[in-house]
Design a protein around this ligand. Sequence first.
Ligand code: NAD
Length: 250
Amino acid sequence: METGSLEDRVALVTGAGRGIGRAIARRLAREGAFVLVNYNGSRERAMEAVEEIRREGGQAEAIGCDVSDYEACRSMAEEIIGKYGHIDILVNNAGITRDNLILRMTEEEYDQVLDTNLKGAFHTIRHFSRYFLKQKGGKIINISSVSGIMGNGGQANYAASKAGMIGLTKSVARELASRGICVNAVAPGFIETEMTEAMPGKARESLQEKIPMGRSGRAEDVAGLVAFLAGDAADYITGQVIAVDGGMCM
Ligand code: NAD
């Protein structure tokens, strides 16, 4: 389904240089949105994503910002509103893992994951909400994880951040609902990206065995749901957590 239904919408996708974020950016652009591809590390990867979108006939620009930095997110929001006049879709996708068993997990590993995954989403929502409120509309989509619903050994920091995103989603959804702003969370299961490539083979196999559909997912599977939630067809859906996981968590 590519309907061009997001024409004239401005979308920001955080951490969109690769993986799920890039697939979301491409999909939103194919639906007609002007997409801001946020990156922190590699501008080159973000520009690759932008070029890919342009080759497909879409519109995109790259925008650098470390989402774990409160003031940097404020500047990013001001820059976007200054240049494009409005923001219609915010996808909080940027995320990291620092896996370790709880007995070995360092304070730094815990803090880094919470600062990027959970505080990062808070920062962008905090700074963009005033514009969504002025516009009396918009879509905020937070990329959580099935780890935040089910927990996952070796990922106490990551699961805590992703569970936190669910609480953040529901609370902000309640605050903004009366102004026509929808806030939802998407919880991917096991999706093939560079993040999951880094997992040891045994851990990958044991995870795949837990998927009723018997296979891992693709970034495009997540992007399809995000595009739906970003569009008008989802105007009456808010405060929800929807898994894209081949039935892993039901
Ligand atoms: P990935 O590592 O390929 O992509 C993550 C992106 O976030 C990278 O481009 C990275 O540069 C960016 N990023 C990291 N820290 C940032 C920061 N401080 N500011 C801005 N950007 C930053 O991983 P992915 O698999 O594409 O994951 C995307 C999202 O989906 C993450 O939030 C992840 O937790 C979530 N998720 C992934 C899976 C999976 O199986 N791959 C499952 C559930 C949830």
